[in-house]
Design a protein around this ligand. Structure first.
Ligand code: HEM
Length: 514
């Protein structure tokens, strides 16, 4: 008798659980705040729908699936239980917000937010609009145009080293991988900017390949961590604990450990300098330590380390990929190459001449157009950018995005819109020249807009501009066994990755440029 009543109790509990799940599912799909938005029912039901394209059986394919969804459902699509994706270039400013139009970030997407580990305490990972603005204001000055110009000679030192390094390939006859070279440069520059000391990848034989591999495999964790947020957060915390307590498993924490090792001396130096130092700081660690905006709790070594780590993550592959893709397209088209070289020669008469300043180079219209077109076609940030409007509903194509809901846009989709950028997969710098260029400029958003736009835009521009001029003006090289496919984004992990089977952007160096 007791057995049978226990059995009935179990059965009743199972029925109740099932009813709960079914009711929850029906509510999610048909009655929740996003139920009026068109999209696949499965996506409305569970984020596992995204994982199918992001993790298994497909990998890094969600971006491309979104394009298909827009073809089927229109410009506003429900792509998750609480996520809406928007493909309407005229909506971009609404998406980005302003200092007064608040835009939070979503905890689902920014799974690492608030963690002591990784970059969780950085401004980038801060969900709340106002708190983000406060933390970011302590770094704005260091990345402002004037400060980047002031520190331009530092970038030039690395660019010159890169050029010399490239010329060494002539002597050995070995092919150079231009993406590895560009990544070495950007890592060297951003580490010096962040910590006051470069990691000097350009001095290593493999151009810092292990460090790059860490960064590339790190980004591939994101879709998994978004889906299994709690598990991955717990694992990372556990690893940090195990690493601190037993010194293992360090393998998984190389990047964090490297950032910690680099932050420490810069932080100690700032501490020794004491409070109230004037604004002549030479690293972001120092600038933040001496910031008058941040409170002592916001200046702890742990938090400053998160900011510095984020800068290394954000400032390396984005810029390196963009630069390498730009180099590919220029070298791949003899007309573009000779037109650009002729223009560079007006400011840099020989391969051995000094590299002009970015301010001077801004006067070269074709170079500037090549750089704009490069940022469009390279997709430095290919994945969707995600926001929440906490105070107000937003409207796009008469569809309401409820306040509090997560919504996203994708630069890749905007930059390959054929109505704005005809023949979007062709490299055409001329679209950024002349009277008809207004439209292209209006919709070019490579660095984002609004309060959360790229912090490192001026630095990235300076690195790319000086490098393109130094390499095209200084080195005679040709592509070998590299096609457009090798620079085409085929996998998206926020960064746009090239095909797995690609052998890289390879070039032969013939010597100094004529
Ligand atoms: C071509 C190169 C680059 C591109 C295309 C690019 C693009 C972007 C984009 C689109 C965002 C906005 C992300 C979002 O809305 O969530 C962003 C944010 C950011 N970028 Fe860049 N970036 C580049 C280079 C750099 C460099 C060199 C740095 C180093 C300082 C950097 C640092 C950052 C930081 C710190 C953020 C977060 C800003 C915030 O949340 O306030 N980026 N970048």
């Amino acid at each position: 008798m007791a057995f049978s009543s226990f059995g009935s109790l179990l059965a009743a509990a199972a029925v109740a659980a099932l009813l709960f799940i079914i009711t929850g599912a029906v509510y999610r799909v048909y009655f929740s705040r996003n139920s009026h938005i068109p999209g696949p029912k499965l996506a409305a039901l569970t984020y596992l729908y995204q994982s199918y394209y992001d993790i298994y059986p497909y990998q890094g394919q969600w971006l491309f699936h979104q394009i298909e969804l827009h073809k089927q459902y229109g410009p506003v699509v429900r792509v998750g239980p609480d996520e809406i994706h928007i493909d309407n270039p005229d909506f971009y400013n609404e998406f980005a917000g302003t200092s007064k139009q608040r835009r939070d970030k979503s905890a689902t997407w920014y799974w690492f937010s608030d963690m002591d580990q990784t970059i969780g305490l950085s401004a980038f990972a801060t969900l709340d609009h106002d708190r983000h603005a406060h933390l970011r204001s302590a770094m704005n000055g260091f990345f402002a145009k004037r400060k980047v110009q002031e520190l331009e000679d530092r970038v030039k030192v690395h660019v010159k080293k890169m050029t010399s390094r490239l010329l060494e390939y002539k002597a050995t006859g070995e092919l150079v991988n231009l993406l590895s070279l560009a990544s070495a440069l950007t890592l060297d520059v951003i580490s010096e900017y962040s910590f006051g000391k470069s990691v000097d990848c350009l001095d290593t034989r493999d151009l810092g390949a292990p460090l790059r591999a860490q960064l590339e495999s790190g980004v591939q964790l994101h879709p998994v961590a978004r889906q299994f947020r709690l598990i991955i957060r717990a694992m990372l915390r556990g690893m940090a604990y195990a690493s601190a307590k037993f010194g293992i498993p360090k393998e998984f924490r190389k990047f964090d450990d490297m950032v910690a090792d680099l932050t420490d001396p810069a932080y100690q130096k700032a501490m020794q300098e004491g409070e109230g130092k004037s604004a002549t700081e030479t690293s972001i660690v120092e600038a933040m330590y001496h910031s008058k905006i941040l409170s002592p709790a916001e200046k702890t070594q742990l938090r400053i380390r998160a900011e510095a780590g984020n800068l290394v993550g954000a400032g390396t592959e984005t810029t390196a990929r963009t630069l390498a893709v730009g180099l590919f397209y220029v070298l791949n088209d003899p007309d573009i190459h000779s037109r650009l070289l002729a223009e560079i020669r007006t400011f840099m008469p020989t391969a051995n001449s000094d590299i002009p300043s970015v301010v001077e180079l801004t006067k070269l219209p074709y170079l500037t157009a090549c750089l704009h077109e490069t940022t469009r076609i390279a997709h430095g940030v290919a994945g969707r950018l995600v926001r929440i409007s906490p105070d107000k509903d937003l409207f796009c194509n008469n569809v309401r995005t409820p306040k509090g809901s997560t919504f996203s846009v994708s630069h890749y989709i905007q930059h390959t819109n054929p109505k704005i950028f005809p023949e979007p997969f062709a490299f055409k710098p001329d679209r950024f020249l002349g009277e008809k260029s207004g439209e292209a400029f209006r919709y070019l958003v490579a660095f984002g807009k609004g309060p959360r736009m790229c912090l490192g835009m001026n630095l990235a521009w300076s690195e790319m501009c000086l490098s393109l001029v130094a390499l095209i003006g200084g080195v005679d090289m040709e592509l070998v066994g590299t096609t457009v496919e090798d620079v085409t984004v085929r996998r998206e992990y926020f960064l746009g990755l090239f095909p797995k089977e690609s052998k890289g952007i390879r070039a032969r160096v013939n010597g100094l440029q004529k």
